[in-house]
Design a protein around this ligand. Structure first.
Ligand SMILES: [Mg+2]
Length: 315
C-alpha cells in the first residue's frame, strides 16, 4: 500500500468527535481502553459486509460507510443499549483515497450522530470487506431479549416493512429515481436506537429486522416457546411496496424480504398505552398477537388464515 496503515488511519479515521463515553485510551496504542460506568453492562455486536454478497460492487462509499455502521447500531437498538464505542476493520483491494474519503465521511457522520467513538481498527489488503464491532451500554440486567415474549402480548413493528427489499430491486435497475423512499430505506437505513432505549422497560422482547419480518419474528417465537398470528392488513407498507405486492400477486413478499432494520417487539397489553405514549413521534404499528399455538400465522381481512412458518418444537 502506498499510504502506510498508520497514515491512512490518521488521515481518515482519527477524528475527535464529541463522545458520550470518551475512552481512556483510543487509537494509537495496541489496544483501546474503556471505562464501563458503575452498574452498567457492555452489549457487543459485530457485522461484516462483503462486496458482491452484502452490497453491490461499485456502491457509493459514503452510503456504505453509513450502512455498515447502521446495521451494527441496529443490533444495539434491538437490545435497548446506548451506543458507546466502535471498532472498524477494512480490507481494501488498493488504497483509493477518494473511496476512503467518502467511506469515512459516511461512517463518521453516523458515528457522530450517536456520540459514539471510533476507538480502534485494522486495515489490510484484499477483496473489499468491512467489519464493524459496536459496543453499547445497558443498566445491569435490563437488556431486551428474544426469549421473553409471553402469550397474549401484542406484536409491534416500527417504520415500514419490505421497503428496503423493494429498494434493493430498484438499485439493480438502470433508471434509478434518486429520491425514491424505498431506495433510500435500502441505501441509507436509520437504526432505531431511540426506540430501543424508550421501550427497554416496557417491551417484553425485541429483535431488529435484518433477514425479514417472518424470519426475525420467528426467532422471538422460537426462543420464547410461543407462536403468533399477524393481521395482514395491518402491516405498515409504502405505496411502492403495496403496488409491488399487487404486481407480483405475492402477499408473502414483505414478510420474507430483509434489510429493513426496523424493530419488531412484543409488549404486554397493560403496558401498551404507556409504550405508545412514549413512542409518539415514531411510526409504530400493532400487527398481531402472541399465542400459545406454535408457528407464525397470517390472518386476512376475510377471516382466511395461512401458516407462514411452522413452529419448531424443541422437545
Ligand atoms: Mg439483529
Amino acid at each position: 500500500m502506498s499510504l502506510s496503515e498508520f497514515k491512512l488511519i490518521e488521515k481518515y479515521f482519527n477524528v475527535k468527535n464529541k463522545a458520550a463515553f470518551p475512552a481512556a485510551l483510543t487509537i494509537g496504542d495496541d489496544c483501546a481502553v474503556v471505562d464501563i460506568p458503575e452498574g452498567q453492562q457492555l452489549a457487543v455486536t459485530s457485522d461484516t459486509l462483503v462486496e458482491g454478497v452484502h452490497f453491490l460492487a461499485g456502491s457509493d462509499p459514503a452510503l456504505l460507510g453509513h450502512k455498515v455502521l447502521a446495521v451494527n447500531l441496529s443490533d444495539l437498538a434491538a437490545m435497548g443499549a446506548t451506543p458507546a464505542w466502535l471498532t472498524l476493520a477494512i480490507t481494501l483491494p488498493k488504497v483509493d483515497e477518494a473511496w476512503l474519503e467518502g467511506f469515512s465521511r459516511g461512517f463518521l457522520n453516523l458515528a457522530a450522530e450517536y456520540d459514539t467513538q471510533l476507538i480502534g481498527g485494522d486495515t489490510t489488503q484484499g477483496p473489499l470487506s468491512i467489519t464493524v464491532t459496536a459496543f453499547g451500554l445497558l443498566p445491569k440486567g435490563s437488556a431486551l431479549k428474544r426469549s421473553t415474549a409471553k402469550v397474549d402480548d401484542n406484536v409491534f413493528v416500527s417504520g415500514v416493512i419490505g421497503s428496503a427489499g423493494l429498494g434493493l430491486l430498484l438499485a439493480q435497475q438502470d433508471n434509478i429515481v434518486a429520491d425514491n423512499e424505498d431506495l433510500l430505506h435500502y441505501l441509507k437505513p436509520m437504526p432505531c436506537v431511540e426506540i430501543g432505549l424508550q421501550i427497554r422497560e416496557l417491551a417484553s422482547s425485541c429483535i431488529d429486522i435484518s433477514d425479514g419480518l417472518a424470519a426475525d419474528l420467528n426467532h422471538i417465537l422460537q426462543a420464547s416457546g410461543v407462536g403468533a398470528t399477524l393481521n395482514n392488513e395491518l402491516l405498515p407498507m409504502t405505496a411502492g411496496v403495496q403496488q409491488h405486492i399487487q404486481q407480483q400477486a405475492d402477499w408473502r413478499w414483505p414478510y420474507s424480504t430483509g434489510d429493513d432494520y426496523q424493530l419488531c417487539f412484543t409488549c404486554p397489553e397493560d403496558q401498551e398505552i404507556e409504550l405508545l405514549t412514549i413512542l409518539k413521534g415514531h411510526r409504530i404499528t400493532k400487527i398481531g398477537k402472541v399465542e400459545k399455538e406454535l408457528g407464525l400465522r397470517i390472518r386476512f381481512k376475510d377471516g382466511q388464515q395461512e401458516v407462514l412458518t411452522k413452529g419448531y418444537q424443541h422437545f
